[in-house]
Every structure is written in structure tokens, then in C-alpha cells.
Ligand binder design. Structure first.
Ligand code: ZN
Length: 345
């Protein structure tokens, strides 16, 4: 790799970079430094905003609904009320929510905020998130022109194109002008075992027989199923792609020898720190040494056994600034060092 190359940050890489504080996120920033420039795309931003932006907006709205907006109270108490006002399904899932709430509770650890103050702060964080998306390696991707766009179109929202796509509807570059390669990539995923595969496979005939706006509107109606494919075709020629999603590797192998895919999942952070472990299932506790950590799990070495597969544990201290729940998913073999795999929740 030379410094003349460019790095494309896919949605999962952006979320890890900006929200997996600590070594993991910093690792991505270090990678960026080795490239000439980093970039992303219009659809990646849309996906990022659908997860990160929406979660912030939902949290802010739940603080808005708390009665007595200007009464100072402990953050824990305010959050208790706000939490009961959250919708059942949240973008990004419980891990992401708990990460944001941990940050908030640390901010207000030694003072009493009001509900209005928290809501305003969360809204400012949302704006900051949208801005941070574009800043990588101290450069603004908007200024360097590294935000690819072959996806913007009214079909994702309210379709306004009538007989032909409007000039500003750029999804046509992917789906209509490159119809053949686009359909080939849809077929590739339809016959794999990725998340989107089943739906694509079931609807393959319908997709193949749709032309022009009809095809655009099918794509626009299922951003979750077509998202990876749309992003894949937004990546400029010859770039490196940083993602944790294996779908991009499948697509690259079948369609784009010009791209290099780096998966974030493979690279775990080396950490060395002690933390307390409480086995909630068995009611015992001890100390473990963390061997490595990722967004979703850690390897932890213990001096004495800490439990069995399936036990619920709580990790606290050291690497974990606030306690994290987890589950033992791997136990050491007989006579092997006591290294456990813990999946974080
Ligand atoms: Zn349109």
C-alpha cells in the first residue's frame, strides 16, 4: 500500500471510528493516516444518520417529554423517566444506546442537570455526529470532494420522479445506466447467505423484469436489502474499503478486482488491563486480565475459574470505565491457561 491510495469508510467503519471510543476507534484513525485521503458516500451518510442521528433524536425527544423541564435532578433519575418514554425498537440496538447513556451519565456525574439541558446537549451531540462523519484525518471529505454520490434519489423518501428520473436523481447512475452489472451484483448476493440474500432471492424475477423508474422504486422501497449493493457501486475505482460487513468481500470477489476490502472485524485491539468480573449467574467474583478487546467481545485471563459457558457476567474497572454486561461464550480447555471469551452486550 502506498500513500497514494484512498480509503472508503463504510457505515460500520464510521460507527466504530466515531463511537467505539478507546483503542478500537483510534485504530481506524491511525489507518486513515496511512492513506492519501479518506472518503465515504452519500448512502453511507444516509445509513449513518438513520442509526446514529435517529437514536440521538429519539433520546432528545424522550427528555423533552419529561414533566418539569427546568427542575434540576440526578441524571440517573431523569434517565429513568426518559427511558420509560423511549419507543420499543431503537436504531443501533441496546449496545449503542448504553454507550451513549454511559457517556451522558459521566458528563453529569457531579452535578444536577435539568431535562431541558440534557435534551439540548443530546441535540448538540447529534449535530456534532453529523459533522464528525465528514472529518477524517483532519480533512473534511466535503472539501476534498471525497463523498461519492450514486444514490441520492427521491425514491428513498417520497417519489417525485415521474416518467423519467429527474436530473438530480443519481441512483439512476447505479441502477439504470449500469443496469447489467447492478443486476449481476444483486444475483450474487441473492445466492449467498448474507442478511439480504433471502429477500433478494425471493424477489429476483420481479427485480430482473423491472426497468427504469420501476426498478428504482423497488430499490428505494427496500434500503435495508439494497443498501450494501448501492454503497458498493458508489466506491470509486481502485479504493480500499474499510468495513466490518463481509458482504462487501463477497461483492468485491465477484465484481470488482480493482477494490481491496479490509474488514474491521478481524482486527482486535491488544489491551492489557485488569478488571473486576462478577459472575451474576453463580454469584461469585474475581479479577481478570484482558488480553484483547473489540466492540463486541473480550478475551480475559483469570487466575481461578470464573464460570461456565452461558453464565452472565459484569465487567468493571480498568478498560471498562463503567460496567458492561456480558456472557461467557468460550471457556478454557483442560490444562490450558484460563482464558475466557466474553461476548459484550
Ligand atoms: Zn428520483
Amino acid at each position: 500500500m502506498t500513500s497514494e491510495q484512498f480509503l472508503f469508510l463504510e457505515t460500520s467503519a464510521q460507527i466504530i471510528r466515531l463511537y467505539n471510543a478507546g483503542d478500537f476507534g483510534r485504530g481506524i484513525e491511525n489507518d486513515i493516516e496511512r492513506f492519501r485521503e479518506a472518503g465515504s458516500s452519500s448512502f453511507v451518510f444516509a445509513e449513518f444518520d438513520r442509526v446514529v442521528g435517529r437514536l440521538y433524536r429519539i433520546i432528545a425527544e424522550s427528555f423533552d417529554k419529561i414533566p418539569n423541564q427546568d427542575r434540576p435532578a440526578r441524571f440517573k433519575e431523569l434517565w429513568g423517566t426518559a427511558q420509560s418514554l423511549l419507543p420499543f425498537y431503537l436504531p443501533g440496538g441496546p449496545t449503542f444506546l448504553s454507550m451513549l447513556v454511559t457517556d451522558l451519565s459521566e458528563k453529569y456525574v457531579d452535578r444536577l442537570p435539568t431535562a431541558r439541558e440534557v435534551a439540548n446537549f443530546v441535540r448538540a451531540e447529534e449535530r456534532l455526529a453529523r459533522e464528525s462523519f465528514y472529518i477524517a484525518g483532519n480533512k473534511d471529505m466535503r472539501a476534498t470532494g471525497r463523498i461519492a454520490d450514486r444514490s441520492k434519489c427521491c425514491v428513498w423518501d417520497v417519489m417525485t420522479c415521474t416518467s423519467t428520473p429527474a436530473p438530480e436523481c443519481r441512483l439512476k447512475l447505479t441502477c439504470i445506466e449500469e443496469r447489467k452489472t447492478f443486476l449481476e451484483s444483486v444475483e450474487t448476493l441473492a445466492f449467498r447467505k448474507r442478511e439480504e440474500s433471502a429477500w433478494l432471492n425471493k424477489n429476483l424475477d420481479k427485480i430482473r423484469s423491472a426497468y427504469n423508474l420501476a426498478l428504482l422504486s423497488i430499490v428505494g422501497s427496500k434500503p435495508g436489502h439494497f443498501g450494501d449493493i448501492v454503497i458498493f457501486w458508489e466506491v470509486p475505482a481502485g479504493w480500499f474499503v474499510l468495513t466490518r460487513d463481509k458482504t462487501f468481500l463477497e461483492l468485491q470477489r465477484a465484481h470488482r478486482p480493482d477494490l481491496t476490502i479490509w474488514t474491521v472485524r478481524c482486527r482486535r485491539t491488544q489491551v492489557s488491563s485488569q478488571c473486576e468480573v462478577t459472575n451474576v449467574t453463580k454469584g461469585m467474583s474475581g479479577v481478570v486480565e484482558l488480553r484483547n478487546a473489540s466492540a463486541t467481545g473480550v478475551a480475559a485471563e483469570a487466575k481461578t475459574p470464573i464460570g461456565n459457558k452461558g453464565d452472565k457476567v459484569l465487567l468493571q474497572g480498568g478498560y471498562f470505565t463503567s460496567s458492561r454486561q456480558g456472557e461467557i461464550v468460550r471457556t478454557p480447555g483442560k490444562d490450558a491457561p484460563l482464558v475466557y471469551g466474553v461476548r459484550l452486550r
